[in-house]
Design a binder for this molecule. Structure first.
Ligand SMILES: Cc1cc2nc3c(=O)[nH]c(=O)nc-3n(C[C@H](O)[C@H](O)[C@H](O)COP(=O)(O)OP(=O)(O)OC[C@H]3O[C@@H](n4cnc5c(N)ncnc54)[C@H](O)[C@@H]3O)c2cc1C
Length: 344
């Protein structure tokens, strides 16, 4: 475990947006996560937040007077580098290794391991079942919490169990929870509903494949990455958090849209499988390329908001509020953000 003080979160979060946190704790193993909470209890820190890659987070520009725990398998390499971290310094250092293990057709992984590492480990062991997640940026912990999904697959379909830490007052306990008790639903799980739960690790039951089946699974994986590259803005050029709003699936809201734009009824029925694409609506409402400061609605996909350089959380949030207001005026309801907005 490493603890940094006065750490600039924009250096590390996927969006390259975020203010200074009083403590920044890197946890690269299950033991590290427990040590991080011991540190929090010992220092009587009341305000804490955990993250994995930060691929779904818009973190406040304001000072975070607490601790941010980074559950990761990729720790900051050179923690004394002035170039990267100014005069911040490490206060505590213990070391431990991130874990990923294969047993039969099951892979167990520490929460900070990326979903992609699990997919690759599967392929190397002739195991498949996660190829739908090609190109989906996530750690295992966040993937379980949000029941990530894409191209018809969801993490719940291959999850066998998860090892959870429950934080109660100034202590914690650990439990092994079978998939059936994780209360998975669309982009949600018991971990999302209960902030006191932290994913320490998870086990996935994959499928043994023949060589030709594994080759096919790799093709699906690569095609999904290719699809994302073609249809989504490149997060490495201009950081973004994927879809800003959830697509609209409530019948009441869909009806409100169809009352104003009856011409898209056929798209709802055929192309969007009963939902309404927020990207389409945003585009038709004229938001393509719309910007505030250096935050911009992507012209390639109008449900993505890009950080074109030095965008702040306030800029991105202002765009979100502007779009919501336009929906309210046009249709009489507001779309719900998919990105998680974290205030201090
Ligand atoms: C380009 C792009 C494309 C995307 N495409 C998809 C997609 O197709 N499908 C999809 O479902 N999502 C998609 N997303 C969203 C994102 O990939 C997921 O939300 C992903 O799970 C985020 O993982 P993370 O490790 O970055 O989580 P973070 O953003 O770091 O955290 C997300 C939430 O999980 C919590 N969390 C993190 N680790 C743990 C843990 N160990 N225990 C408990 N809670 C934890 C955090 O507190 C936070 O509330 C996309 C994002 C981007 C940037």
């Amino acid at each position: 475990m490493q603890v940094y003080k006065e750490f600039d979160l924009s250096e590390i979060l996927w969006y390259k947006i975020g203010g200074i946190t009083k403590y920044f704790i890197e946890a690269t193993s299950e033991q590290d996560v427990k040590d991080a909470f011991d540190f929090i209890f010992q220092h009587n820190i009341k305000n804490y937040f955990i993250f994995g890659m930060g691929a779904n987070l818009l973190f406040t520009d304001n000072y975070f007077d607490g601790a941010v725990i980074h559950i990761t398998s990729s720790p900051i390499q050179d923690n004394t580098s002035d170039f990267m971290f100014g005069n911040q310094h490490t206060e505590i250092t213990t070391s431990s290794q991130s874990d990923i293990n294969v047993k039969g057709d099951c892979i167990s992984a520490f929460a900070g391991i990326t979903l992609d590492s699990v997919i690759q480990t599967g392929f190397s062991n002739n195991l498949m079942g996660l190829e739908w997640a090609g190109g989906l940026p996530s750690t295992i912990g966040a993937a379980i919490r949000g029941n990530v999904g894409a191209f018809g697959g969801e993490i719940k379909d291959v999850t066998k169990e998860a090892n959870l830490l429950r934080i109660i007052d100034n202590s914690y306990n650990e439990t092994q929870v079978p998939s059936s008790n994780l209360a998975f639903s669309y982009r949600s799980s018991v971990v999302k509903k209960d902030r006191s739960l932290i994913v320490l690790s998870a086990t996935f039951q994959l499928k043994d494949g023949t060589n030709s089946e594994i080759e096919k699974a790799k093709l699906v994986y690569n095609n999904n990455i290719f699809y994302r590259k073609q249809h989504h803005p490149d997060p490495y050029t201009y950081p973004n958090t994927g879809s800003t709003f959830k697509n609209i699936k409530e019948k009441e809201d869909i009806d409100k849209i169809l009352t104003v734009w009856p011409d898209i009824a056929h798209l709802v029925a055929t192309k969007w499988y009963g939902k309404v694409s927020v990207g389409y609506i945003n585009n038709r409402l004229g938001f393509s390329g719309y910007h505030i400061g250096e935050a911009q609605v992507s012209p390639l996909h109008t449900n993505f908001i890009l950080n074109r350089g030095k965008a702040t959380a306030a800029d991105v949030e202002a765009i979100i509020r502007t779009i919501q207001k336009k929906y309210q005026e046009t249709f009489g309801f507001m779309p719900e953000p998919e990105v998680e907005i974290v205030h201090s």
